[in-house]
Design a protein around this ligand. Structure first.
Ligand code: SAH
Ligand code: DHB
Ligand code: MG
Length: 222
């Protein structure tokens, strides 16, 4: 089975399930024009995240890793009018493009972009005594996936859903001797989940137009 086949099936499913979306298409076009890497979730994955947030009834969403705001828009569209979404982005260039995209999508009032390193912003969020997040999407540098996961727990309540992106990496996560900090981070995330009595988790391997990868999904129990 080839990447071409995964891509063709992804295109078929997307054409059947997702209506054309000028806003999201222009977000991707502008992101490419601005030189951003095309490492956003796929359309079908974006819709999948949107559905999960709706199934969960999420009102307050946290995202780590905004890029041009593609996944953010999918998540924000799941929110009721009184909802809120905080998205954290290190790169100021990405953050300002994302803010423009949120304005264009009519979602600026729901979305707050926090510019800075997630390991600095997350403790700030904790100190602000906001309501717990209902849904968290971790998609920044994978080296710090486990650290972000621990912060997500700090900012959660029982029932919060935490999703971590890119946890399979074409199967490369099987390499226990790897020096790659991202792969080590992903493996450390699974060690943490294994040892944590606070969550119950699963993971889904995915194939499609962005190759072979996967999501981890956890529900906070206590
Ligand atoms: N969620 C986006 C893709 C995010 S790509 C989507 O699917 O549309 C990963 C992003 O994480 C990049 O924009 C990168 O700049 C950001 N990032 C990397 N390290 C970070 C850090 N330490 N803190 C916050 N953001 C970081
Ligand atoms: C990369 C990051 C992502 O979040 C992703 O979904 C795919 C690739 C990357 O850094 O290569
Ligand atoms: Mg990702």
């Amino acid at each position: 089975m080839s990447e071409d086949l995964w891509s063709s099936v992804d295109s078929y499913l997307t054409s059947k399930l997702l209506p054309p979306d000028e806003i999201l298409e222009s977000v991707l076009r502008d992101s490419t024009d601005a030189g951003l890497p095309a490492i956003n979730v796929t359309p079908a994955q974006g819709r999948f995240l949107n559905l999960l947030a709706r199934i969960q009834g999420a009102k307050h969403v946290l995202e780590i890793g905004t890029l041009g705001g593609y996944s953010t828009i999918w998540l924000a569209r799941a929110l009721p009018p009184e909802g809120s979404l905080v998205t954290v982005e290190l790169d100021p260039h990405c953050a300002s493009l994302a803010r423009r995209n949120f304005k264009r999508a009519g979602l600026s009032t729901l979305i707050e972009v926090r510019e800075g390193s997630a390991l600095q912003v997350l403790p700030q969020l904790k100190s602000e005594h906001r309501p717990p997040f209902d849904f968290v999407f971790l998609d920044a540098d994978k080296e710090h996936h486990p650290d972000y996961f621990e912060w997500a727990l700090e900012l959660s309540r029982p029932g919060t859903v935490i999703i971590a992106d890119n946890v399979v990496r074409g199967g490369a996560i099987l390499d226990s001797d790897t020096d790659d900090p991202n792969l080590r981070g992903i493996r450390r995330l699974f060690d943490l989940i294994e040892a944590s009595p606070r969550v119950e988790a699963s993971a889904l391997q995915t194939v499609g137009s962005k190759g072979y990868d996967g999501f981890a999904i956890a529900v906070v129990i206590t």
